[in-house]
Design a protein around this ligand. Structure first.
Ligand SMILES: [Zn+2]
Length: 136
């Protein structure tokens, strides 16, 4: 019975025009769906943060593309920073040539810092208390 309810909820989610973006994108064969949803099961982030991330994954954030295509507002759908490409969530998170110069690099370095911190902890190497104060 529980599996049936979960399956029906999943089907309703897939059918929603806006909120079905993430599961639609995850249907590709190269994506590990179990791993893609693992962060939701760990329960170590605040509900508000989880909601913001899920909204971004569903493309339900007020980008110029969203305002133009979904809300039908008379607004240019191009990126406010580079002004060349459509301002979608995917563009803002990984495709904007303006953000690649510093924001994406900062994000990359933070991921590497967290990875290095985790490896040090696992190997018993002395670290700081918090990963974000750790330095390589
Ligand atoms: Zn851009």
């Amino acid at each position: 019975m529980k599996d049936s309810i979960v399956e029906k909820t999943k089907e309703r989610w897939h059918r929603k025009r806006m909120h079905g973006q993430l599961p639609h994108n995850l249907d590709e064969k190269l994506i590990d769906i179990e791993q893609s949803y693992h962060w939701l099961k760990s329960g170590d982030i605040k509900g508000e943060t989880e909601g913001t991330i899920v909204a971004a994954q569903d493309q339900a954030v007020s980008t110029n593309y969203f305002k133009n295509k979904i809300l039908k507002e008379e607004i240019e759908n191009k990126c406010r920073l580079c002004k060349h490409l459509e301002e979608t969530i995917d563009h803002l998170t990984s495709g904007c040539p303006i953000l690649v110069k510093n924001k994406y690099l900062m994000r990359h370095d933070k991921v590497c810092t967290h990875l290095h911190y985790s490896l040090c902890k696992a190997l018993g190497i002395e670290t700081t208390d918090k990963w974000y104060t750790h330095s390589v």
